[in-house]
Design a protein around this ligand. Sequence first.
Ligand SMILES: O=P(O)(O)OC[C@H]1O[C@H](OP(=O)(O)OP(=O)(O)O)[C@H](O)[C@@H]1O
Ligand SMILES: O=C(O)c1cc(=O)[nH]c(=O)[nH]1
Ligand SMILES: [Mg+2]
Length: 194
Amino acid sequence: MQTEDVLAEFRDAGALREGHFVLSSGLHSPVFLQKNLVFMDTERCARLCKALAEKIVAAVGPVDVAISPAVGGIIPGYETARWLKVPSMYVEREGGEFKLRRGFSVEPGQKVVMVEDIVTTGLSSRECIAAIKAAGGDVVAAACIVDRSGGRADVGVPLVALATLDVPAYPADALPPELAAVPVEDPGSRRLSK
Ligand SMILES: O=P(O)(O)OC[C@H]1O[C@H](OP(=O)(O)OP(=O)(O)O)[C@H](O)[C@@H]1O
Ligand SMILES: O=C(O)c1cc(=O)[nH]c(=O)[nH]1
Ligand SMILES: [Mg+2]
């Protein structure tokens, strides 16, 4: 599956949103990939994650477990793990930091692929990978459905992206005037209060 095919799935799902969005990193962008509209269609999600699983195995060989960052990574992580035929777990924020909770654990040296939905700066991926390493896992690769950094995000391990896009994102104090004029939406979970 090529980037154009992945974009077609997002377009068909109505998930290519335009407006003014503040992203998880705090950067602002005129484009938001509303991946939940993609994943809610189980057949569409299966098509994408099957292709991602094949790309992971082609890049790094077999893995033992897939671990994702909540919330966005949970569904693609689970579905990709299903095609990889490995267990699926997730980390979630506890006091702001990603942790394995709910009885999840990794065996020392288990080969882990970290599965994300979207990579923008790679911050969430790096935080998730740090949590997996702290729990004893050997993170052999990261994977995502869309890397919107144009391939520039560095997550510290090889990143397998099903699609790579180069989408503009700006610091809050450097917004182009046409973007600053649009009311802002904050669609992610990082700044949700408990
Ligand atoms: O590469 P980054 O700059 O970290 O941005 C990408 C991250 O942002 C989104 O998560 P968010 O924190 O918005 O929460 P969500 O998973 O609940 O959507 C998305 O799911 C990725 O995890
Ligand atoms: O960087 C993000 O937070 C982000 C960008 C995007 O396009 N979609 C998403 O779910 N998160
Ligand atoms: Mg996320």
